[in-house]
Design a protein around this ligand. Structure first.
Ligand SMILES: [Zn+2]
Length: 141
């Protein structure tokens, strides 16, 4: 029997483009870049709106609720920092705010109970060696 080893995650380095995401996460809120001109959400953040190209983008708090868009079990020890944490699942979560507004998540194990379309919600994890909080997703029971 093996025991679970949490991954050694890289420490994010917020910059002008991502600072709003990390500041919101520190408040326990998920925020996504939003366009004031066309109402489109863009993630990962960019300097221009992913919908219309406008520079009028700003951080907007979102619900943190969504559904599993896709997921995969990682069994190979090929990702630095995650070598001792296999098996684990990478998730793509589609937020309720917009079709194909996708964020990534991580769950330990073989994906028990996961299915495409299953409802999930955000939660925030500590990042070892940092004061930042990492948004992640878990199944809604
Ligand atoms: Zn736009």
């Amino acid at each position: 029997m093996t025991s679970y080893v949490p991954p050694k995650r890289p420490i994010p380095v917020p910059d002008d483009l991502t600072r709003g995401f990390w500041e919101a996460a520190g408040r326990g809120v998920l925020a996504v870049q939003h366009c004031d001109d066309c109402n489109f959400y863009t993630h990962p953040p960019r300097t221009l709106c992913g919908g219309c190209g406008s520079p009028a983008v700003a951080w907007k708090d979102v619900s943190g609720k969504g559904k599993i868009y896709s997921w995969a079990v990682m069994r190979m020890q090929s990702v630095q920092g995650f070598e001792q944490s296999v098996p684990y699942c990478t998730l793509l979560v589609e937020l309720d705010e917009q079709p194909k507004l996708l964020l990534a998540g991580y769950l330990p194990g073989e994906g028990e109970g996961l299915s495409i379309g299953a409802p999930v919600e955000v939660f925030f994890e500590d990042i070892e060696g940092s004061d930042l909080k990492l948004p992640n997703f878990r199944l809604v029971k």
